[in-house]
Design a protein around this ligand. Sequence first.
Ligand code: ZN
Length: 65
Amino acid sequence: MRGTREAVCGTPRSYGQGRKPSERPAKLCAVCGLPFTWRRKWARDWENVKYCSDRCRARTKSQPV
Ligand SMILES: [Zn+2]
């Protein structure tokens, strides 16, 4: 047995390889609580989007507290 050890095991893995480029942001609908992902039609207004669909948004308006 020889005590010499070759430095083979130290191969560093490059970061960010496991991430998909198509990954999109997601939010939870404030009405139904279901997660929904970014859509193109929300591109301008994504920050203000709180509901997964117009239906859910309409619900908040039509239902008086
Ligand atoms: Zn919803």
